[in-house]
Ligand binder design. Structure first.
Ligand code: IMP
Ligand code: MG
Length: 175
């Protein structure tokens, strides 16, 4: 029989809220008159996005992208699925990608490259968490939230096998 997974609190909801406020202030400073498109990577970023945008009191648009990676071996082939209509809007626009976590960096590197080829005015990356020790490709995180250890984390939108997304705090899963 499976034993209950062990959760150890890493960041409280209060610590997360302070981080979201800091990131929102930085983003507002840079995008106030740019009417940016925020592209949130599903599913993990949905809670972060919801809290973030409610602190961005200026014109902006929101789109979602789902990234499914498959393919064998070391190759990180990814398939980016844009919400209908999202692609045509990117050209000439200021795009800000919203992520929950940057781990190896492969997903973000793929998505940023995909977006840049569609000729936006600018593309930047905002991530709530950064698992920096695991990086395999160089990714510049323009708006960087919390550094997390090389452990599996859950909560605040981030899942393990679709579980734990609803938790208001962030936890390390396992021992
Ligand atoms: P990367 O391509 O290796 O940077 O991984 C990006 C994706 O892997 C994240 O957006 C998450 O969906 C998932 N991921 C990486 N680390 C964790 C974790 O600790 N908990 C849950 N999901 C994770
Ligand atoms: Mg993700």
């Amino acid at each position: 029989m499976d034993s209950e997974p062990e959760l150890r609190k890493l960041f409280t909801g209060e610590q997360i809220a302070a981080t979201v406020s800091r990131l929102a202030a930085e983003i507002k400073r840079d995008y106030l008159y740019k009417n940016p498109i925020l592209i949130a990577v599903l599913k993990g970023s949905f809670v972060f996005l919801a809290d973030l945008v409610r602190q961005l009191d200026f014109p902006l648009e929101i789109e979602f992208v789902r990234i499914s990676s498959y393919g064998g071996g070391m190759e990180s082939s990814g398939t980016v699925r844009m919400a209908p209509g999202a692609l045509s809007q990117i050209k000439g626009r200021h795009v800000l990608v919203i992520e929950d976590i940057i781990d190896t960096g492969l997903t973000a590197a793929f998505l940023l490259d995909y977006l840049k080829r569609r000729k936006p005015a600018s593309v930047k990356l905002c991530s709530l968490t950064d698992k920096a020790d695991r990086r395999r490709v160089l990714v510049n995180i323009d708006y960087r939230g919390l550094t997390v250890p090389d452990k599996f984390i859950v909560g605040y939108g981030i899942d393990w096998d679709e579980q734990f997304r609803h938790l208001p705090d962030i936890y390390v899963l396992g021992q």
